[in-house]
Design a protein around this ligand. Sequence first.
Ligand code: SAH
Length: 258
Amino acid sequence: MGKVYLTGAGPGDIDLLTVKALRVVREADVIIYDRLANPEILKEAKEGCEFVYVGKEDGRHTLPQEEINEVIYRNALEYETVVRLKGGDPLVFGRGGEEAALLKRHGIAYEFIPGVTSAISVPAYAGIPVTHRGVAVSFRVVTGHEAPNKEVSQVDWESMSSDETIVFLMGLHNLKKIAANLIRVGRPAATPCAVISRGTTPEQKTVSGTLETIAADVKAAGIPTPALIVVGEVVKLREELSWFENEAFVNHQEGETV
Ligand code: SAH
């Protein structure tokens, strides 16, 4: 029986892969990878390494989690070093915990290899610090996949009225509802808001506006997934702190101000 490394691939920029992740990728006999893991990473694998794609699109799974679990289990029986490569960090909306629980049940050894989560790094590449002295003293990362008007919501909207930074993952399709809901619980309509698409890659694009305008702004810009939403006064710091040359280039092409 092999060992499974539940490994974070980082947000896109291959240089944000951790040294530890790179080491296990190079040692792997099989790599089971997601849509969000940069495929360039696979080029680091040794000769003869097997690749298994189990991609999921946003919340819609092309493979149900049970099947992914099954794939991991079967490969762990067959190979010595199994790398389960997932976008960002494996435990931030990555279902790494469920995969580990399955392995534990079967007595298969595993390790978590944390990755650079998009929740923090993608805002950073857009020049947005998630905390900033005097502006935001806390941040939270929330799923945007659960529709805010769902009857039994696990997301505590009422507690989002303070001025902390909120990062929504998997929320692009619910952007309008998310913005409306934040206004409903007391966030000012003028609260700065940004949507960052394909962060940390050469296609990174940022659309910024306010809670009131962001849905229309994003619709007009027509940006692709993956994308995340940042809400809070820290978004304004982007005007001063924007630095990512690739992004500047994309925006420049489109005649936008960076
Ligand atoms: N485990 C991942 C998150 C998985 S949920 C992590 O830690 O980053 C998938 C969501 O992450 C996407 O819907 C999107 O909101 C966000 N995301 C992942 N990579 C991204 C990127 N490069 N740019 C923008 N958003 C990204």
